[in-house]
Design a protein around this ligand. Sequence first.
Ligand code: PMP
Length: 360
Amino acid sequence: TNQRAFNFNAGPSALPLGVLQTAQEQLVNFNNTGMSIMELSHRSKDFEQVHNEAIARLRTLYAVPDNYEIIFLQGGASLQFSMIPMNFLQQDGQADYILTGVWSEKALAEAKLFGTPVVAASTKDHHYKHIPAIDELNLNDAAAYVHITTNNTIYGTQWKEFPATTAPLIADMSSDILSTPIDINKFGLIYAGAQKNLGPSGVTVVIIRKDLLDKANTHIPTMLKYSTFTENNSLYNTPPTFGIYMLGEVLKWVEAQGGLEKIAAHNEAKAKLIYDAIDESNSFYVGHADKESRSLMNITFRLADEELEKQFLAEAKEAGFVGLNGHRSVGGCRASTYNAVPYATCKALADFMVQFQAKH
Ligand code: PMP
């Protein structure tokens, strides 16, 4: 039997069952090579095909224009916090950072090691309950770049529209990449760790506009230069081959769902189930995020007190729900409803929330 958990983990998180089953079938003999994908040379034809197809699929799904490169890196989104200023910030240079949560704060802290980042807007005083309005951003047109976090995994907020910036817009999309169609042309660079919507941890996807590469700093370590990866099709050294294979399978799954429009509609319907349970609870459940800023990927809420929250989490666990604890820095509850979390799983949680409320 296939006893799948009701998995609401924030990342690593649920993967499509069909993808896992394909990986299982192919695990010991990939494409009649007599080897696992993990045992193939990264220079072999079989692997190169997997690698290039994954890049091509991502390019097609997001309609990535020709003046952008798609590369695969390691080190997680966290290494991007450092690589971005290392590549694009001069010591006396300025970059704008918009703070919408702990992950943007971490990105800012790394930039301080390389130049002079400026906080162009912050919602920290409001406990990161909302995304600043576009006209509240204090942007400097001469900045090296503007950095945003499109989805705030911990607080459950998400940008709904993006500013048209003069400086290149750089976005951490770790927790909402491929969840909805976006216009890539608005961005200079997009990055995301794979372990939420794209596959297993270990691969970081970067989509970078080519002109940024020409302006990049050169006196930095080879492995931390974007150009090392763009110039070698992400095969300068051994890439995370299994993760790239899994990413490719997840992208096939996204195509089979009907692409990003369909995925977005599905995500909206899923999130609505749980937000409705919150909104119709007479404040038994209280959402953390302001309604206009609510994330469709991470749904954060609290109950009346910590005792009741503990009980909710304990009973939820008993009922087979996984990963509903809020991030350790904020507490409360969080349901992460990434692409691969099924509608039925969200429905089960919404029903559970209603039942729990009725009981208490
Ligand atoms: N940015 C965001 C928005 C995240 O959610 C996370 C991880 N949860 C990170 C960055 C850090 O990612 P990684 O663990 O891949 O370094």
